[in-house]
Design a binder for this molecule. Structure first.
Ligand code: PHE
Length: 358
């Protein structure tokens, strides 16, 4: 019997030592296969005395079962170890930033437009778009700026080759033509904002030939100046994050609005330091007014039934004021050091719930 005990410990040690599925298979064949050690012992049974044969047979069967079970267990352990190694090598840390290899920032222009859209979107405005290469008629004539109007000269327009007021194309000088396109394509009530690029032939510390505006337009049966004021006061206070920001409406002139106003916000300039909020000074930030009835009529809207208000603001200007960016030209120099300083994290999307500037 001690032979069997020896054989058992020898075989189990071999099973334990097997370091691959192949060596384990070799162990199985050498123990349980046709020419295996246990099989050989089985063959010897016939030469034994009946008593001995029975005891030996039982012992060999038990040994066979033990070795087979040990091999099965080892196989499972090996499969587990293999899976664990695979899981470990393919491990992904899902808490890492989405793209650790990129170092991008959101440009202050994009961020500011997102902020404006977040504030006005919350008030129910929808985003509208129009082309940057615009018909003269949409950019000027329909907005009550006929060919001989002095306001045309003020716009420093980039004209594209072409003849006459109606055939000629321009790079849009403001986002106001989106007002026209919206009013011609959609029935009132309307409540839209149109952010986008605009172009004027001008270049110094406060002008670049390409810049951005956001246009706003509301048209409904009972829209009045009070709505215009409430909307823009709320907007200015939300955008600059100053709850009691002084906002002033100063009479002005635009051909497409009547009456027209420019909006100033309160500020201080003391000891060379500029601050937005209460103070003794004012700063102009946008133009607005009640849509001129002539413009409504140009778009096929009955001005005896409908009225509206519109506003337009410079995106670079309000971004410079809020983020303390001193020179407009730096926006378009594509200097990565500038972008790293003034840019915003990709996942910091402005919204009115989480706050505009996380
Ligand atoms: N389009 C005007 C500009 O570029 C701004 C404006 C828009 C004024 C809408 C009034 C109403 O200066």
């Amino acid at each position: 019997m001690s032979d069997i005990e020896n054989l058992k410990s020898e075989l189990l040690a071999q099973v334990e030592a097997a370091d691959s599925l192949q060596t384990l298979e070799d162990v199985r064949v050498s123990a349980l296969g046709k020419k295996g050690a246990i099989t050989a012992q089985m063959k010897n049974l016939s030469g034994l005395e009946p008593d001995q044969r029975k005891a030996m047979g039982q012992a060999l069967n038990a040994l066979k079962g033990d070795v087979a079970a040990a091999i099965e267990a080892k196989k499972e352990a090996m499969a587990d170890a293999e899976l664990n190694a695979k899981l470990l090598s393919e491990k992904v840390d899902v808490t890492l930033p989405a793209r650790p290899e990129t170092e991008g920032f959101i440009h202050p222009i994009s961020h500011t437009i997102e902020e404006v859209v977040a504030i006005l979107g919350e008030m129910g405005f929808e985003v509208a778009e129009g082309p940057e290469i615009e018909d003269d008629w949409f950019n000027f004539t329909a907005l009550n700026i006929p060919d001989d109007h002095p306001a045309r000269q003020e716009h420093d327009t980039f004209y594209l080759p072409g003849e006459g007021t109606n055939g000629r194309k321009v790079l849009r000088t403001h986002t106001s033509p989106v007002q026209i396109r919206t009013m011609m394509n959609t029935k009132p009530p309307l409540r839209i904002i149109a952010p986008g690029r605009t172009y004027r032939c001008d270049y110094d510390a406060t002008h670049t030939p390409m810049f951005h505006q956001v246009e706003g337009l509301v048209v409904d049966k009972s829209t009045h100046m009070g709505h215009l004021k409430g909307c823009l006061i709320d907007f200015c206070r939300a955008y600059f994050g100053v709850d009691d920001l002084p906002v002033r409406f100063r009479p002005s002139y635009f051909p497409f609005t009547e009456p027209s106003a420019e909006v100033d916000i309160g500020c201080t300039r003391e000891g060379g330091e500029f601050k937005i909020g209460h103070g003794d000074d004012w700063l102009e930030i946008l133009g607005c007014g009640m849509v001129n009835p002539k413009v409504l009529e140009n778009c096929g809207i009955d001005s005896s039934e409908y009225q509206g208000f519109a506003f337009g603001m410079g995106v670079e200007r309000i971004a410079m004021l809020k983020y303390g960016i001193p020179d407009l030209r730096t926006f378009f120099e594509s200097d990565l050091r500038w972008l790293r300083h003034y840019g915003f994290q990709a996942l910091d999307v402005p919204n009115m719930v989480g706050g505009l500037n996380p």
